[in-house]
Design a protein around this ligand. Structure first.
Ligand code: ATP
Ligand code: MG
Length: 635
């Protein structure tokens, strides 16, 4: 391919609205172009990388017998209503009306009604396709003999993200490979899950990126579990903790926190009310230091506690009906008090999962202050008399982090501005409280799996996820099969996603230097950049064309920079920015000695060779690069 004909415009300056390296470099290299927030055109070079990655995905999935299909991007509301997600998916689901629904709205307006157009939305852009694929399978698969079945597509998805950013990494429109498997029972679904887990390991290993499969949060759906695959990069949005002694690696929001021994807090004392006066000090550390009296000169932070007032929501969930069956299908809100050690961080995901809640929010400060009778910083789990908190105490579900199980003599907010209690013993003073793992695990915490190693922290970009769904969709959408005895059962499902475009960007996040991108060979738009320094000279251009042809005939993908009127410096700058693994320079100066130059983009090592040896030398270089990729990438 001749560069003079390629649709490409490189930029010297970093675009102002590009926040991360992959976005900056891919925009500067003329690979992607922003059309609207979170919506990009993939220009020819980027599209080549994307297609190559898709092919890797297809090849590996074919090994497991997965079948490719293509479902519509536009989906009818009815399917989403059947699964119940039309109500719960939220604003990421872009909903709209077709012309029929619009006509209905117009008709009602004519009749003097004031319909809300949103009530007439009857389509959406698919952010994921569980409903669509379940609909296909329930209409086409009847017998256990047809199962298991794994169906996937590579398709444009749309999610109306609150904050689209980071170029291809968090777009609103993006390409995803989404796969779904259907099984006769749990054991078969587990096998299907691990087959996909292994396939994903092969896929990301082939890419040559450093990645980790990590245990992730599966929400509150019973019988489900999940792993995310993360490319490790400082710009990653997720925090990952990995044990330095065993295999345990998990998303921080899921990582189990070790139960710490209750600190040496002395002999158990009564709860001394309003014992410390700590006016105006809000930070935990400062507060602990400020807790002084005749007996104490400050408190270790491990002897302090913190308290959160929250509201848990149960939207039409069975939890709502537990306390009162009449509530079945009704939304319900539960008041929550959560107590943590002063230096620990609350993990809302753990709280939500523990309760099986559909939503969780901190109580608004103003509301909490009115409820407890104290300013923020001085609220605690033991209500002050005469407050709404003390009136409703029996209705506040009290949760205490398990690191405080057995702890005594803690300090806590007194629910009186500027005061703290001393002597809190959660078990004694918070009757009916539940002890559970509610905090964020932290770097250097002792691993809960092996009990030997310590957690190390990484940042990761989630590029894929495998999920054992169970029967959530098959039950709500009646996707069943008949067993050997003709008995009907819901299919057990799994779903498996890879962010195709996000992965390509993540590969750039891990592979670049000050001059530009350094593409991993398997997804580089082209493999060899032939740079002709003197395209005006028939002799030099002739050699460059010949080298291009020889390499292409040998199966290499070549971009030939044949552009006229550019200095060697400008051409080299562009070549470095585009970042193909090998650059082959053909110039009048070198050819005087009968030589061209082959340069490795990553190591910058240069070898001189005769043009006729180009294919042989490039083959050697490719083998070396692929070998390095195998050892550098993966786990
Ligand atoms: P995230 O937590 O990053 O929002 P997700 O867990 O909601 O992602 P999934 O539903 O698991 O995403 O989708 C499968 C894959 O699709 C993800 O692992 C990710 O690689 C990709 N993906 C999800 N959202 C986006 C997005 N907004 N832009 C690009 N890729 C995305
Ligand atoms: Mg995910």
């Amino acid at each position: 391919m001749k560069q003079s004909k390629l649709l490409i415009q490189t930029l010297r300056e970093t675009p102002r609205d590009a926040d991360v390296v992959s976005q900056q470099l891919m925009m500067r290299a003329g690979m992607i172009q922003k059309v609207a927030a979170g919506i990009y055109s993939y220009l020819p070079l980027a599209f080549r990388s994307i297609r190559k990655f898709e092919e890797i995905v297809r090849e590996e999935l074919a090994k497991d017998g997965c079948q490719e299909l293509l479902m519509p991007a536009v989906l009818p509301a009815e399917l989403w209503q059947e699964s119940g997600r039309w109500k719960f998916y939220g604003d990421e689901l872009l909903r709209f009306c077709d012309r029929k629904a619009k006509a209905e709205v117009a008709e009602r307006r004519k009749r003097g009604e004031t319909p809300d157009e949103r009530d007439f939305y009857n389509f959406c852009l698919g952010p994921t396709h569980e409903e669509a694929v379940t609909d296909i399978v329930r209409k086409n698969v009847r017998s256990y003999k047809q199962l298991p079945m794994n169906l996937f597509q590579v398709q444009t998805k749309f999610r109306d993200e609150r904050r689209p950013r980071f170029g291809l990494m968090r777009g609103r429109e993006f390409t995803m490979k989404d796969g779904y498997s259907f099984h006769v029972d749990d054991a078969c679904a587990d096998r299907g899950y691990w087959a996909m887990f292994n396939a994903y390991n092969r896929i990301f290993s082939r890419l040559g990126v450093k990645f980790r499969p990590v245990e992730a949060d599966s929400g509150a759906i019973g019988g489900s579990f999940t792993h995310e695959f993360h490319v490790l990069a400082g710009s990653g949005e997720d925090a990952i903790l990995s044990c330095d002694a065993c295999e345990y690696t998990s998303n921080m929001e899921k990582t189990e926190a070790p139960q710490l021994p209750a600190g040496p807090c002395g002999d158990r004392i009564d709860l001394k009310k309003d014992h410390f006066c700590t006016p105006g000090v809000l930070g935990q550390v400062e507060q602990a230091a400020g807790m002084k009296d005749a007996e104490h000169d400050g408190m270790p932070i491990t002897q302090t506690s913190k308290f959160y007032l929250m509201q848990a929501e149960f939207q039409g969930s069975p939890e709502a009906s537990k306390s009162n069956p009449a509530d079945a299908g009704q939304d319900k809100v539960l008041l929550l008090g959560v107590v943590l050690r002063g230096d620990h961080e609350l993990n809302p995901v753990k709280v939500k999962n523990l309760l099986g809640a559909t939503g969780l929010e901190l109580m608004e400060i103003v509301e909490a202050e009115a409820f407890t009778g104290a300013k923020s910083g001085f609220m605690g789990p033991v209500p002050a008399e005469g407050t709404r908190f003390s009136e409703l105490r029996s209705q506040v579900r009290m949760l205490v982090d398990r690191s405080l199980e057995g702890a005594v003599n803690l300090t806590c907010g007194a629910n009186r501005t500027d005061y703290h209690h001393f002597g809190l013993d959660p078990k004694r003073d918070l009757p009916g409280c539940t002890f559970a793992d509610l905090r964020m695990a932290a770097e250097e915490d002792l691993c809960t799996r092996c009990g030997k190693g310590r957690y190390q922290a990484f940042r990761g970009i989630e590029v894929g996820q495998v999920f054992k769904l169970g029967t959530k969709y098959s039950k709500s959408m009646s996707c069943t099969f008949l067993d050997e005895l003709g008995k009907e059962h819901p299919m057990v499902m799994g779903c498996y996603g890879i962010g195709i475009t996000r992965t390509v960007a993540a590969a750039v996040e891990q592979n670049y230097d000050a001059d530009g991108i350094i593409w991993p060979w398997p997804i580089s738009p082209y493999q060899v950049h032939v740079v002709c320094l003197d395209p005006g000279s028939a002799e030099v251009a002739g050699v460059a064309n010949q080298v291009e042809k020889d390499l292409e005939d040998a199966g290499f993908e070549v971009l030939h920079d044949d552009r006229e009127g550019l200095s060697p410096g400008a051409k080299f700058k562009d070549a470095d920015l585009l970042g193909f693994p090998l650059r082959l320079t053909v110039g009048a100066k070198g050819l005087k000695e009968g030589m061209v130059e082959l340069r490795d983009r990553r190591t910058k090592a240069v070898v001189k060779l005769r043009p006729e040896a180009a294919v042989a030398e490039v083959s050697v270089a490719r083998d070396r690069i692929m070998q390095e990729l195998e050892t550098a990438g993966g786990r």
